[in-house]
Design a protein around this ligand. Structure first.
Ligand code: SF4
Length: 261
């Protein structure tokens, strides 16, 4: 079973990538579970036709007895969707919250055992001990970094790699979600190479993604014949087949500035 997490700056497109990869893998016949840890629940919402589901943390706060059917929902092609929920502003630790919620989930459901792929959609803007909690607890064995070719997302991606390097955690690859920056593919490709890793996919900026999301669907479900759906399918195959990884060597800030010109 693959247990993957896609890390990257908040707002860079982790949830769309996660939900489209989940849908593409389900199309290929894999059984997939997606575990959203983001307060906005936006990785599962596009697999569930726009429906928002209760989060494990919300129900735990209400101190109700939680059963599987309260928190595990079947979406596109049988993808099992769970939202553990994210931190409330100003309260608690995101990393600890995720672990407590996942332990509860493991007690009430087999959703984390009976599948080929688990995708964790982790919060984006936390680069602390909390962000690494799913890795430290052995819940994640493959990690990917998503970035565009702009300075800030690359800075965040590089910081995440600093965290991985400190933990001795391996990076399985870099994904570029394009923002139409100049020389974007070349920049992210060079960044990936300097980390010691590879650029696995260049996802072009395409308004179809937002249109599908607004309607509550993944591109794979709503626009299966589109070019962007083909990109997601190829990425999904790469992720399922990839077995090479390395402990990343983060670049210096000066080099990052050079790369982004
Ligand atoms: S470890 Fe990270 S997630 Fe936890 S409280 Fe501190 S900053 Fe927040």
């Amino acid at each position: 079973m693959k247990q993957i997490a896609i890390y990257g700056k908040g707002g860079i497109g982790k949830s769309s990538t996660a939900s489209n990869v989940a849908a593409a893998c389900a199309d290929e016949g894999y059984s997939v579970t997606i575990i959203g840890c983001d307060p906005k629940s936006d990785s599962s919402i596009t697999l569930l036709g726009g429906h928002r589901i209760p989060t494990v943390m919300e129900l735990m706060q209400q101190r109700v007895e939680i059963t599987e059917k309260d928190v595990v929902f079947e979406g596109y092609k049988g993808v099992k969707c769970v939202e553990v929920g994210g931190p409330e502003p100003g309260i608690g630790c995101a990393g600890r919250g995720i672990i407590v919620a996942i332990k509860t989930l493991q007690k009430i459901s087999t959703v984390m055992q009976d599948c080929d792929l688990i995708i964790y959609d982790v919060p984006g803007d936390i680069v602390c001990g909390g962000f690494a909690a799913p890795i430290r607890k052995g819940l994640v064995n493959d990690t990917y970094v998503l970035t565009s070719g702009e300075y800030m997302p690359l800075y965040a991606a590089n910081n995440i790699c600093k965290g991985f390097a400190r933990l001795g955690n391996q990076l399985n690859g870099v994904i570029c979600n394009s923002r139409n920056a100049e020389n974007e593919e070349a920049i992210v490709s060079a960044f990936a190479r300097e980390l010691g890793s590879d650029l696995l996919a260049f996802i072009p900026k395409d308004p179809i993604v937002q249109t599908c999301e607004r309607a509550g669907f993944s591109v794979i479900e709503k626009e299966p014949e589109s070019d962007i759906a083909k990109v997601y399918r190829k990425l999904a195959r790469t992720i399922m087949e990839r077995d090479s990884a390395c402990v990343p060597e983060p670049v210096t800030d000066a080099r990052l500035r050079e790369l982004t010109g």
